[in-house]
Design a protein around this ligand. Structure first.
Ligand SMILES: [Zn+2]
Length: 333
């Protein structure tokens, strides 16, 4: 049995929703599950085929999470998945952006999440920390309110970072430069979803404008952005090289999420998954699940698939885990 300690730096608390938990929440709140795609499966929440369909389903499903108890339940599910997967340290995003947009105060929810984290520490010797996440398309002022709530919750409630997720094509990361600077000054790490559907430009913007030291996904730096027809727009080799050089020089860690990208068809058919480009360029990176419950993924499966697809030796996997350990926002592990 694989007992290699794993580190997960890119997973969403809301993304830990499983079909069983969603059914339970629907019973608790007396509402039926009416999701956009109606593709509830037994093994994972949905079977998506495109990014915007995923965002719609994500919004519909997370609408069932509203109380501290709801969040504690889904966080318990997440802990169970992490423990079964051999994860010893996890930094999970929590969409404060969506909570505030729905008029829900994140503070009692963070307190409930912190209780779950403390229990995980005591029972499983696993550290769970949190990254409040803003929604990019909502704009700068809502992001600032996310940061303010994150700072009120603070390290004493397990908050170690500030993130920006959502639709990366909606507005440039540069608009959030000041908010990210304030997050860094307050001692929070900054991670930004970029290069998931966007390209090298979005990745460079997140790093250069916002000082992000971690990038969620990042593959667009190599593959180019997804065009209007759903195909990747191949970037010029010089642009790819320049972006990888920037990432390497700043030691930016890429939170790769191959299984999640595959579920959303974000890597062109017939194209090998581009982790090799990051590894060859000396850019620190490791594999992550993104949304365990939604996609039915775990890290062991991700590393096993990477090994089977080639170019991912046991030494490479170990190098990635070590890079993830070093890239953690939490105190030295
Ligand atoms: Zn994500």
């Amino acid at each position: 049995m694989d007992v290699i300690p794993q580190f997960e730096l890119h997973t969403h608390v809301e993304g830990a929703l499983t079909p069983a938990r969603l059914e339970a929440l629907s019973g608790r709140h007396g509402r039926t599950v009416e999701l956009g795609a109606r593709q509830l499966r037994a093994d994972r929440l949905f079977d998506f085929t495109d990014f915007h369909g995923f965002l719609r389903c994500y919004r519909d499903a997370t609408a069932f999470l509203s109380t501290p108890l709801d969040y504690a339940d889904v966080a318990h599910d997440l802990v169970a998945m992490l423990v079964a997967d051999g994860v010893v340290h996890c930094e999970a995003s929590v969409s404060y952006g969506v909570l505030l947009w729905r008029g829900i105060n994140p503070e009692p929810i963070q307190a409930a999440l912190w209780e779950v984290a403390q229990e995980a520490r005591e029972r499983h010797d696993m550290t769970l920390r949190f990254i409040p996440d803003a929604v990019r398309q909502f704009g700068v002022e809502p992001a600032r309110r996310v940061l303010e709530a994150a700072l009120r919750a603070g390290w004493q409630r397990g908050v170690v970072g500030f993130g920006i997720g959502g639709d990366e094509m909606s507005r440039p990361a540069a608009e959030f430069a000041r908010v990210c600077e304030e997050a860094r000054e307050a001692g929070l790490g900054v991670t930004i979803h970029a290069g998931e559907v966007g390209g090298a430009e979005q990745v460079r913007d997140a790093v250069s404008s916002c000082g992000a030291t971690r990038i969620g996904h990042g593959i667009g730096a190599v593959l180019g952005p997804v065009g209007p027809d759903g195909a990747r727009v191949e970037p010029a080799p010089a642009e790819v090289e320049a972006t990888l050089a920037l990432l390497r020089s700043r030691r930016v860690f890429i939170e790769l999420c191959p299984g999640a990208n595959r579920r959303l068809n974000l890597v062109p058919a017939g194209r090998t998954w581009p982790w090799g480009r990051f590894l060859e360029a000396g850019v620190p990176c490791a594999l992550n699940t993104d949304d365990r419950g939604f996609f039915g993924l775990d890290l062991r499966g991700e590393y096993a698939r990477a090994a089977a697809e080639g170019g991912f030796s046991p030494q490479t996997a170990q190098q990635c885990r070590e890079a993830a350990r070093r890239a953690a926002f939490a105190a030295p592990l």
